[in-house]
Design a protein around this ligand. Sequence first.
Ligand code: AMP
Length: 399
Amino acid sequence: MNILVINCGSSSLKFQLIDAATEALIAKGLCERIGIDGSKIVYQPTGAEKKETVTPMADHTQAIRLVIDALTDKETGVVGSLSEIGAVGHRIVHGGEKFASSTLVTDEVIKTITDCNELAPLHNPANLIGIAACKELMPDTPMAAVFDTAFHQTMPKEAYLYGIPYEYYEKYKVRRYGFHGTSHAYVSKRAAEMLGRKYEDLKLIVCHLGNGASVSAVRNGKCIDTSMGLTPLEGLIMGTRSGDIDPAIIEFIAHKENKSVDEVMTVLNKKSGVLGLSGGLSSDFRDLLKAYDEGDEAGIRTVEAFAYRVTKYIGAYAAAMNGVDAICFTAGVGENNPFIRDLVCSRLGYLGITMDEEQNAKRGEELMISTPDSLTKVLMIPTNEELAIARETYALVKA
Ligand code: AMP
């Protein structure tokens, strides 16, 4: 069965068509600037050339129509008709406390996701628009909702409650939710397979280091803590997001810079992280590492602060789980940068880690990057959120 995976943002839509039986990627693409001048669809069947078409897209329904047209095109398409798409899997950012696993989309599910909108006002409404557009164009195709938050719903209260009045949890569900759950689930399961051990017997730490970044602690196959919180702003220093700060900084900066709370929040979300810390140099680690190599002070302080925070979370989670069997690196920075992995692990000698420099220098494939006798193993595992969504969708449709 072919599964169409949709990741819908407010003005963009990423898609992949995956053969659920072989797990092969059949085609992928992206619609950009939906509802804005200059919208464009990029479409690439596996093994063929990428095709970019600038064409108006007034809304997401039109974007999905173009995706279907591309996939069924007589010359460059990959399926004969819509009937060859067996199901659609939608990435949904926030499932609140309502969804601890993926689910088939029904009217009731749509209503419940809508109830979670205020927890992710930038993401959930866009995800729902994607569902509505697919419903309109493919009314008979089953759809699944796969949540970024679901994997983390196993966290115990001690990990998800904040030290603020309990009534805010009771009234507004203010708590840690965590994100990147599909990636943390996929990578931690792959780690167990790579180690040849039972998932349920392991203590794993997953470092998803991309433009957004988060760490999770997975004990006996269940997430017990993660660095992102009510929103994806908490935790590690990210591309443009601050990660953990003293909450009093918000008021302090608001007074000093004569800004509203909303304006300070925009700074924390869009102008902070490694971009802000480097004095505006870049949010891209390739630029920051180049600056680091050139001895640039901004590059050095930023890369070191980023790596230090990751090391600190690993230490915290090793303590939370009373041990760790393996540490996994994934996502843009985690998969591609041996130097950052080394910098993070250089302070983890107390966990009995010794890095295998030759292995660590490789990329593009799953790797054990610690030496065979390293007490705690270190793994590099490319994440594949779309495949994870396709698997979840297939399992639900098949059941
Ligand atoms: P993601 O959000 O997972 O797509 O990751 C995006 C981040 O990965 C960007 O900040 C890039 O700088 C980073 N990245 C991609 N390739 C490399 C590389 N070769 N070295 C360091 N960082 C990289």
